[in-house]
Design a protein around this ligand. Sequence first.
Ligand code: IMP
Length: 187
Amino acid sequence: MRVYFATGNEGKFREAEEVLSRYGIEVEMVDLDYPEIQSDSLEEIAVWGVRWCVERLMEPVFVEDSGLFVDALNGFPGPYSAYVFDTIGNEGILKLMEGVEDRSARFLSVVAFCEPGGKPVTFTGEVRGRIAEEERGEEGFGFDPIFVPEGDRRTFAEMGVQEKCKISHRTRALERFAEWLVARRGR
Ligand code: IMP
């Protein structure tokens, strides 16, 4: 079984490959540079994106939209994570968190899949954790150097892809997606 992953993010693609290969699902990266709508809902952004992609590609395709939600900042940057990362980055988030005691945060991921002529289906995943006091680690991408997942002391960037994949929000969403694909194939 083969599906396309519309993304320009190599880090996300490597993680998807790692998870989906366990289910015997082949994944191909396609950088369609699809437009992302502005919305408070990751789900809405992903569904809109995958509809755009499937119309152009005419192949089974999924997109993944994710965000970092910091409790003390009332969920900011959330659906605006990409913009915030590109503008103020990890340093900016650390500055906003200076002197803040409650450092709890979570990553959310939404995978939206669609086949030509079909309706989009979505799968979500979450990992809870905390914002570190400083950037640590060289692996991964995005907010990985400042996110410490629950039950660990290391940031995501201090783990390898394989270790991060065992617990990440994206893995959880991708696993649900893969299980659904496999169950459907068996029917
Ligand atoms: P988007 O899903 O591509 O819109 O990404 C939202 C933002 O969150 C981007 O800046 C990503 O770098 C960041 N992001 C998404 N997933 C992760 C992750 O697993 N680790 C660190 N940063 C992430």
